[in-house]
Design a binder for this molecule. Structure first.
Ligand code: ZN
Length: 480
């Protein structure tokens, strides 16, 4: 049962009040003085990536951003978020886009106002100001530059796979159809999470409708997954993904750095690169399944006894052009993101009115994924992001996938033989490499700096790295 409309309106006002208080604290003029005093201290600011410099830099960045938005807009935005999420949730349940449309329009307008407060470069556009909130320095031009080349390659490659499937090639559906009692799934996924290196002395695994990972502290990292009898692969994939986030959170600098930017993890693409690496580069590899197949047999017993190694390994790599982003496989996932980026950019630029969204959504799904969208519930209303004003967020998922492909290639170059290590249940080599190259630096390096340091190349190399990863694995499975 949904909370009633009146209650939501009241809750919205409470949240707006809190957002106002928070804004007041975060924009206290004394902060500006203290930051300036630090910035003028040459000795303190000497080393470009010391904890002090990183803390001053990041605090300055959030202070300046916060100060540019007037309190009235902070409150209006926060209140609208609560109302809009509620409208979205009802509209989605009833498959009635008309109910959500005025709120979408409102959120796009408010995002436009926020963007104006923050500003953007002369040759840029409003989307850039929103993108920068989620990924420092991310612009629409940069994102579309990366996406356009990748899109063509992905559409072609996914098309080849779909064609092969029509001709009866590719994995069996048996792993996806296996019915495994939830109790046994719990034991299975927990053993896997432990095996790959999630530290249960400093974290835990629970259940929720939408899986997430919440770091209260580096020593108290809480992640969740979800279970359904016929979705053991989904429960596992979610645990691997969240454990990737979780191990990053467990590996950031501790001690005196806790609670400071230096002791925090990078958002958002770098964080996503860590979850995707455990979920995809590790958890869908042949080596991983050499180790995990007997674990699955032991923990899940009879219900999976009839599955062969190929059923499971290839089944975990099944590609299917589908409607729903969160259920998408590795190969089609980024096409879902590209569609959202193109549409939100068009809405921000005024080239697409919110009312035209359902039609535009259908066209793009047909064009990129070859699927017909039967209704808006599984179409443009499937994600909560726009309902809560998170425009400029989606591309960070794909940028995370690209960084991940680059990081993994670098790890393989340095460590060698990762697939064989996984087959022996040895994940410590990779995790130690991630700790050393990524986790322990906290927020010291931005995504592109980190990429250059770790891989020796720029982020523009990500698209090719991702295609090498996908083609290297999926071509043999599909015989294409
Ligand atoms: Zn994630």
């Amino acid at each position: 049962m949904q909370t009633g409309g009146e209650a939501v309106a009241y809750r919205g006002k409470q949240l707006a009040q809190l957002a106002g208080f928070e804004h007041e604290k975060a924009t206290d003029e004394r902060l500006d003085e203290w930051l300036s005093a630090c910035e003028e201290d040459d000795e303190l600011m000497g080393d470009g990536y010391s904890p002090e410099v990183v803390n001053v830099r990041e605090t300055r960045r959030s202070f300046d951003k916060e100060r540019k938005v007037p309190a009235s807009l902070v409150k209006a935005y926060s209140e609208a978020q609560a109302m809009s999420k509620q409208a979205w949730s009802e509209a989605r349940a009833e498959d009635d886009f008309g109910k959500f449309e005025p709120w979408l329009k409102k959120m796009v307008e408010l995002c436009g106002e926020r963007a104006k407060c923050w500003g953007w470069e002369d040759n840029g556009e409003a989307w850039d100001a929103l993108g920068d909130e989620h990924e420092q320095g991310m612009t629409a031009r940069m994102v579309s530059g990366v996406f356009e080349g990748l899109r063509e390659k992905l559409v072609g490659f996914v098309g080849e796979i779909m064609e092969a499937m029509k001709n009866g090639r590719g994995p069996s559906n048996r792993f996806h159809e296996a019915e495994v009692p939830v109790k046994r799934q719990r034991g299975f996924v927990e053993r896997v999470a432990r095996g790959i290196g999630f530290d249960f002395d400093r974290g835990r695994l629970d259940e929720s409708g939408h899986p997430f990972c919440l770091p209260l502290h580096r020593d108290d990292v809480r992640m969740t997954t979800r279970y359904a009898e016929n979705m053991v692969n989904d429960a596992l994939g979610s645990v691997l993904h969240e454990a990737g986030h979780g191990m990053y959170n467990q590996g950031v600098p501790g001690g005196e750095h806790v609670g400071t930017p230096y002791g925090d993890a990078m958002r958002l693409s770098v964080h996503e690169s860590q979850s995707r690496m455990i979920e995809n580069q590790v958890g869908r590899s042949e080596g991983f399944w050499r180790w995990c197949y007997p674990v699955l047999q032991e923990e899940c017993g009879e219900s999976v006894a009839g599955l062969s190694f190929e059923d499971v390994y290839e089944g975990a790599n099944r590609v299917d052009a589908s409607l729903i982003r969160v259920e998408a496989d590795e190969a089609t996932y980024n096409l879902h993101i590209m569609i959202r980026f193109e549409l939100e950019r068009a809405m921000m630029n005024g080239d697409l009115s919110p009312g035209e969204l359902p039609g535009a959504w259908r066209e793009k799904y047909k064009e990129y994924l070859g699927v017909e969208v039967p209704n808006d519930r599984v179409g443009c209303m499937q994600d909560i992001h726009w309902a809560q004003g998170a425009l400029g967020y989606f591309p960070t998922y794909t940028l995370g996938n690209l960084l991940c492909a680059q990081f993994y290639e670098a790890a393989e170059r340095e460590l060698g033989g990762l697939n064989e290590q996984f087959a022996n249940g040895e994940f410590g080599g990779l995790v130690a490499w991630l700790r050393d190259n990524i986790h322990r630096h906290g927020m010291a390096y931005r995504a592109e700096e980190l990429c250059a340091r770790v891989t020796g190349e720029g982020v523009e190399g990500g698209a090719d790295a991702l295609m090498r990863h996908l083609e290297g694995k999926l071509r043999p499975i599909y015989g294409v």
